[in-house]
Design a protein around this ligand. Structure first.
Ligand code: GLN
Length: 552
């Protein structure tokens, strides 16, 4: 029977609860246990699918097509376990399920209340599909004290009561800030945060204390005494150079040992962290470096392209090179700026995106990459735009565009180059969408198969004739244009099994120019860097050598 570990946060948000949870998952795994991680988010959106990445960070997509919080990406990267729809839930989803049941009459005329009805649904969600694992780690989004979070905290309190302390434990992540004027680390916010948690009936078993410097033993003792926690269960969470260092640093302080102790499980020796040492060594001792420009619309916050920057780091691990990212805001980036901004980068990437704003800047960057032999990777929108750029500037189809930008000027009977798809096959099942349907959860979402053309760069990179990648988009490149593109050496080298949906394009007259309709970054892992990114960074490294040759 699975044991449950609940992770809450206090004092401020953005302390890295997701990474802390993922790291603990990895440590338990390294001790031979089977783990699964879950995220419970208190906001009222049904899922993050319609949320602005500038506000909430990227939307992570699972194989089974759920649009989830970006923390699920950390979970997958740290544990290698594919997340499922049943690993992410929000208050919005809980309430909409509850209200559907109420309308159906499921509550038989009873008064529907937060306790027990909302809390019961939350508990049901936490307990579902957990018979294969040793540990389920559930991270509660938000910060203790948030009004929306209360039903979740009540639900996990009840689970502690119902399942007993042998099967449930609580970890609380707080901040111990350094106050420059006093030259001291302050424990009061942590004390208050724990007090808040205890007032709801939850006594944390372990405290993780984020601090920017070593917390002296005397202060850790103080925290332990005032928060009613064993001294060795007050773990420091200090800032580190790479996120992949976190599991090791935690383990050095006995975090995983303390977790076992809480459950009364015998400690059979240290976890095997050999593979973590290996990647850290590669990260800390790079033999080369490259700079890659990412031309996108949400360049203001790092979290908006989290999986992407991680995938590039993984490709750095694969090539033992440091990958620097130059973020370029596509909005307001015009032809005149392009050469100046891009001439010294080693590769260019246009990521996924939505809407027409910033498109001209992205198209200019793609033209630059194509004409100057800079390795180019176009992801989803970045592939659609690469076809539009090629059609307009190489094939002379001046009005080539996407119906995403508004009504399309037909120039012939092939229709729009990139158009809204309203029907497609997932395996043998026909999926359909309405033009004026809901925005949420209605894209082509999740893992789909793709067949690669013999002898193509794509087939060579993947080393396979058939692959599966995750999707999140409404529009598709129109296959009717395949002939004209291929005659001009732009191959449609990856296609959906039915042959209708172009999934990969590659330009034969260029050292490395690839566009993919899916999001390969979602499947990249530090221990299994994604082949496309590894190959892209390798091409960028080659470009640096080219640079040097030209300079000499
Ligand atoms: N906006 C495009 C579409 O919906 C691309 C989406 C994306 O890049 N994820 O098809």
């Amino acid at each position: 029977m699975a044991r449950f570990i609940f992770i809450t946060g206090g004092v401020v948000s953005s302390l890295g609860k997701g990474l802390a949870s993922a790291s603990l998952g990895a440590l338990l795994q390294a001790r031979g246990y089977k783990v699964r991680l879950r995220k419970l988010d208190p906001y009222l959106n049904v899922d993050p699918g319609t949320m602005n990445p500038n506000q909430h960070g990227e939307v992570f997509v699972t194989d089974d097509g759920a649009e989830t919080d970006l923390d699920l990406g950390h979970y997958e990267r740290f544990t290698g376990v594919n997340a499922r729809r049943s690993d992410s839930v929000s208050s919005g989803w809980i309430y909409s399920t509850l209200l559907t049941k109420e309308r159906r009459g499921d509550y038989l005329g009873g008064t529907v209340q937060v306790i027990p009805h909302v809390t019961d649904l939350i508990k049901e969600f936490i307990l579902k599909d957990t018979d294969q694992e040793d540990f389920i780690l559930c991270e509660i989004g938000g910060t203790v004290g948030d009004i929306e979070g209360l039903p979740f905290l009540e639900a996990i309190r009840q689970l502690g009561y119902e399942l007993g302390r042998e099967r449930v434990m609580y970890i609380h992540l707080t901040l111990v800030p350094y106050i420059a004027a006093a030259k001291e680390l302050k424990t009061k916010p942590t004390q208050h945060s724990v007090k808040e948690l205890r007032s709801i009936g939850i006594q944390p078993d372990i405290l993780l204390c984020r601090a920017d410097r070593e917390i002296p033993l005397s202060e850790r003792r103080k925290i332990a005494l005032f928060c009613n926690i064993r001294e060795d269960a007050v773990i420091q969470a200090l800032d580190v150079g790479s996120v992949y260092e976190v599991p090791k640093r935690y383990s050095e302080q006995g975090f995983d040992r303390q977790v076992l102790k809480c459950f009364g499980i015998e400690d059979k020796g240290a976890p095997d962290l050999g593979k973590w040492d290996e990647i850290l060594d590669r990260i800390q001792h790079p033999k080369g470096e490259v700079t890659i420009a990412i031309v996108g619309k949400y360049t203001g916050i790092g979290d908006a392209y989290k999986s992407l920057s991680e995938a590039l780091d993984h490709a750095g691990i694969a090539n033992q090179a440091r990958v620097h990212i130059r973020w370029i805001d596509a909005a307001g980036f015009e032809k005149e700026d392009v050469a100046k901004a891009l001439q010294d980068v080693n590769a260019i990437l246009v990521p996924g995106g939505f809407g027409e704003r910033g498109v001209s800047g992205k198209l200019a960057a793609i033209t630059y990459a194509r004409e100057h032999n800079k390795p180019y990777l176009g992801i989803c929108f970045g592939m659609q735009l690469a076809t539009i750029e090629f059609a307009r500037n190489v094939l002379g189809i001046k009005n080539a565009a996407s119906t995403e930008f508004g009504p399309y000027q037909e120039s012939d009977d092939r229709g729009p180059l990139v158009g809204l798809m309203t029907e497609w096959l997932r395996g043998n099942v026909l999926e359909t969408r309405k033009r004026d349907g809901d925005m949420g959860g209605t894209m082509r979402l999740g893992a789909y198969e793709c067949n690669l053309s013999n002898g193509s760069l794509a087939a060579q990179i993947y080393g396979n004739a058939s692959i599966e990648e995750r999707h999140r988009h409404r529009y598709e490149v129109n296959v009717q244009y395949r002939d004209v593109f291929e005659k001009a050496d732009m191959l449609f080298s990856g296609m959906s099994p039915g042959g209708n949906l172009p999934e990969i394009i590659e330009y034969k007259k260029h050292p490395w120019f690839v566009g993919v309709q899916f999001h390969p970054e979602l499947k990249s892992r530090p221990f299994a860097p994604h082949p496309l990114f590894a190959s892209f960074v390798k091409a960028a490294l080659k470009e640096t050598k080219q640079d040097k040759k030209e300079a000499a």
